[in-house]
Design a binder for this molecule. Structure first.
Ligand code: GLC
Length: 542
């Protein structure tokens, strides 16, 4: 008898960035009411689950990843009752709900941080964060030379309650995001409360923000090259050799420390104490990639985002090597792989690989691999990153870098729903980021009416995946030798996949006869030979 299928192991999970999904109250910012209204659309698209980026109380200096109360909803997103209604509505449509949890830092507006500022040096209130004295005779040099991921120093000096210049606190991200001290038991206890709060409300899982960052090491030591380290940490920073990147990333004092695993072992016990296969997925950018598997050992988390694959170009040889490596690295821990093409922190896949055609073929490839898939809102519409005037940008990465880093706003522009409505039906108020003038073509109503649209392609792909044990699942891949620009494999029980990443048509010998899905027209299989146009993926039934 086969084991019970565990839903998350090969789920299609759709990321909602709620601020940009749909605005139900006309204030120009998306909200929970908008997500509730969008559930039928997502059910129709055919996703198994939604993951919502944070909608908790927050001054919103970093798109809600600066949380001031993790157990309440920010009024700009709605109310706790609406969160409950959203979870129930998703469930009623057969969609699981995954919340985002941000354990590395709070907002400076969190009651704990305010209390820390009002309390003296050495107090229990300060011990929940990383407060240190500065260096130099007046303490006006930061405790170490680390640079924030968003650039600029990773330390900010506070003014003591008596008005004097005081201690410094650590923030790996914006100065509004003070890092929590996980060596302090209050922190552990509070996060347990938060996990239970959302689990009790019905959440089916968590995406764990900066999962590799919670524990810090060597705070009393300067880094040998802190600026270059931040360059090396940027997934899209290419002006660096593999050797230099490896040298810098093999020992980052604030990432991937052994102690983080103790946290997740405790969390796993909490997840397992609930019924219904609750799950977690780690945002852990670690080096080398093999270390990611350590986050998904059987007594830790469930999935880890596969960022290495996400950053690859459209190249059959490089992608197949990466797929093999991913599956090999996860084999021992028996965790399923994940495949993701973009998210709210990266350029949209169409823009990153430079063509909607390639993006569609790439999407079809990842949907045929073993494990789970993540789709970022708007990806199904084939949305490109948007051009934005600098004046519109709000990302702290843009602000703190003085504009040298354009930031992540370009992939966060509010979604186009309906070409007949103002603001493409996103809402009645002026959207918080301007939508490009040529986005009518991407509106859901326009794409829904066009059989050849990206939306209809995604729908068809998800529908086929749902009903076919060879797509997703956990079965092995059998690779078939092919020329360098072609990827060719089979999956049990009955699928054959061929991908052409070159710019010319290829003829490929195949055993499958019936074409189940092709990312583009012009494909045909006769007498065991497949004619495959440039930049196309095909599924054949064997
Ligand atoms: C993660 C989030 C990103 C955020 C950062 C700090 O990388 O995905 O959006 O800025 O953490 O919380």
């Amino acid at each position: 008898m086969s084991e019970k299928k565990i839903w998350w192991r090969d789920a299609v999970i759709y990321q909602v960035y709620p601020r940009s999904f749909k605005d139900s109250n006309g204030d120009g910012e998306g909200d929970l009411g908008g997500v509730i209204a969008g559930i039928p659309y997502l059910a129709d698209l055919g996703v198994d689950a939604i993951w919502l980026s944070p909608f908790y109380k927050s001054p919103n200096k970093d798109g809600g990843y600066d949380v001031s109360d993790p157990r309440d909803v920010d009024p700009r997103f709605g109310t706790l009752d609406e969160a409950k209604k959203l979870i129930d509505t998703a469930h009623a449509h057969g969609i699981k709900f995954i919340a985002d949890i941000v354990p590395n830092h709070f907002s400076t507006e969190h009651a704990w941080f305010k209390a820390a500022l009002a309390s003296p040096k050495g107090s229990p209130e300060r011990a929940r964060f990383h407060f240190y004295d500065g260096r130099g005779p007046n303490g006006d040099t930061p405790p170490n030379n680390w640079i924030s991921i968003f650039r600029g120093p990773s330390w900010t000096r506070v003014t003591e309650p008596d008005g004097s210049a005081g201690q410094w606190y650590l923030h790996l991200f914006d100065s509004s995001q003070p890092d929590l001290n996980w060596a302090n038991p209050d922190v552990e206890e509070d996060f347990e409360k938060t996990l239970r709060f959302w689990l009790d409300l019905g959440a089916d899982g968590f995406r764990i923000d900066v999962a590799h960052g919670c524990v810090k090491d060597k705070i009393d030591v300067d880094h040998r090259d802190p600026n270059r380290l931040i360059d090396a940490l940027r997934l899209d920073f290419l002006d660096i050799t593999t050797e230099e990147r490896a040298g810098l990333l093999s020992d980052v004092p604030f990432f991937d420390r052994e102690g983080v695993h103790d946290i997740y072992r405790k969390w796993r016990k909490i997840f397992d104490s609930y019924s219904g296969d609750r799950m977690s997925v780690a945002e852990a950018f670690v080096y080398p990639s093999s270390r990611a598997a350590r986050y998904v050992r059987s007594d830790e988390l469930h999935q880890v985002f596969n960022f290495n694959f996400m950053m690859l170009g459209w190249d059959a040889k490089i992608m197949s090597e990466s797929i093999k490596t991913t599956l090999e690295e996860l084999k021992d821990v028996k965790a399923p792989a994940t495949w993701v093409l973009n998210n709210h922190d990266t350029p949209r896949v169409v823009t990153r690989i430079g063509s909607p055609r390639k993006a569609r073929a790439l999407a079809q490839l990842i949907h045929s691999l073993p494990g789970g898939v993540y789709i970022y809102q708007g990806e199904e519409l084939g949305l490109p990153s948007a051009d934005l005037p600098d004046a519109a940008r709000q990302d702290p990465a843009f602000i703190r870098s003085g504009g040298s880093d354009k930031g992540r706003d370009e992939c966060r522009v509010p979604l186009p729903w309906d070409s007949t409505q103002p603001h493409y039906g996103y809402g009645t108020g002026t959207p918080w980021l301007p939508q490009p003038a040529d986005w009518a073509q991407y509106c859901m109503n326009v794409e829904a009416a066009d059989p050849a649209s990206s939306l209809n392609f995604y729908k068809q792909m998800l529908q086929l995946r749902r009903g076919n044990a060879s797509l997703g699942g956990e079965g092995a891949i059998t690779w078939i030798d092919s020329e360098p620009e072609v990827m060719h494999f089979t999956r049990e029980p009955g699928l054959e996949v061929v991908v052409n990443t070159s710019s010319v048509e290829k003829s490929v010998k195949v055993s499958g006869k019936k074409i189940l899905l092709a990312s583009h027209e012009g494909t045909n299989a006769t007498d065991g030979v497949l004619q495959l146009p440039a930049d196309t993926t095909v599924w054949l039934e064997r």
